[in-house]
Ligand binder design. Structure first.
Ligand SMILES: Nc1ncnc2c1ncn2[C@@H]1O[C@H](COP(=O)(O)OP(=O)(O)OP(=O)(O)O)[C@@H](O)[C@H]1O
Length: 309
């Protein structure tokens, strides 16, 4: 019999997982797995659990929001674990799952976790930590982790919007030197993002349709601090039109990028607080995560990569 570790955050999102646990275990059992279930007990628990596993498993399935997924992947990367990972998204935003076509429906996602197909996607190395789909600083990035879990559960997306709106009137600006591929950019920014996803915080399409999950490169977007109403207008126009305006922002693709600043800047990794840093090196660890996704999504992604779509 195949062995599975099912690790889940029972409090993620609106608690939608709990009433479905029995049906989920049934899907796993019917797929031939003997399941060890582990509900996470506190922050960072998933990392510790994965790091301290005392037996081998054929598959890990994790359930929770982006934060829990990040913790499980971090534990797996730290221990060089290459077994496949299934994911049942139950958080508030679930950006990453959406961009990889993992179903919103819990039981459908459970089915994909055991009956789907393996897809090797890139993982971000952030100094000595990891992220899966986004590392960012500046406006909007502090929204997620400063909104407490109970507020998020109650209001869902609205909580993010309210927190974001409060901050628009007081935008911090950071002077940063950004180095990549032998080039150096020095400027003031209100936002910086390194991403491997098509839908970050709901800004679908902002980064463009070209984002690949397994090409060893990230998309980097840096938004310059607007210095007057005209520049602000140009910036808002670019965001609304979802069109890069090179006067207001830098966008490039790279496998490795360094951010240096005089002051410490707060970062987020996959929507959770990622620490204050005056130097951050982000590197793409190509195809380091073996994720279970739908067969049809895998086919579509490889056709896109081959330039057929
Ligand atoms: N039993 C627990 N009690 C409190 N916090 C927990 C528990 N288990 C996990 N956590 C932590 O809660 C944080 C948020 O979890 P998660 O991302 O799964 O859900 P969410 O915040 O509802 O979803 P989203 O990130 O999509 O908003 C994570 O950092 C996780 O480590």
């Amino acid at each position: 019999m195949k062995r599975m570790l099912f690790i889940y955050n029972p409090n993620a999102g609106t608690g939608v997982l709990k009433p479905k646990i029995s049906d989920i275990l049934d899907i796993f059992t019917k797929a031939g797995y003997e399941v060890t279930a582990y509900p996470t007990q506190k922050k960072q628990d998933a990392v510790e659990k994965i790091k301290s596993l005392d037996m081998s498993y054929d598959l890990i399935v994790c359930s929770g929001g982006d934060g829990t997924l990040d913790e499980v992947v971090t534990g797996m990367q730290m221990t060089d674990m290459t077994i496949p990972l299934g994911y049942i998204p139950t958080g508030t935003t679930n950006d990453f799952a959406a961009s990889l076509g993992i179903p919103k429906d819990i039981l459908e996602a459970a089915d994909v976790a055991v009956n789907g197909t393996e897809f090797c996607c890139d993982v971000g190395v952030f100094n000595s930590d990891y992220f899966i789909y986004v590392a960012a600083f500046g406006i909007f990035t502090d929204v997620s982790y400063e909104t407490d879990q109970s507020l998020k559960n109650m209001l869902g997306h609205l909580a993010y919007v309210l927190e974001g709106a409060k901050r628009v009137f007081n935008i911090p600006s950071y002077k940063v030197r950004v180095t990549h591929d032998g080039q150096e950019i020095e400027d003031e920014f209100i936002y910086g993002m390194v991403t491997n996803s098509r839908s970050v915080g709901g800004f679908k399409g902002l980064v463009g349709p070209d984002v690949m999950f397994d090409d060893g490169e990230f998309e980097v977007m840096l938004i310059k601090t607007p210095k007057n109403p005209l520049e602000l207008n140009e910036l808002l126009g670019a965001i609304v039109m979802r069109q890069v305006n090179p006067k207001r922002m830098y966008c490039f693709r790279t496998g490795s990028v360094k951010f240096e600043s005089m002051e410490e800047i707060p970062w987020t990794r996959d929507g959770e607080f990622g620490g204050n840093h005056d130097e951050v090196v982000v590197r793409n660890s190509r195809r380091a995560l073996n994720l279970m996704i739908k067969q049809e999504t895998a086919a579509k992604l490889s056709a896109e990569a081959a330039g057929e779509l």
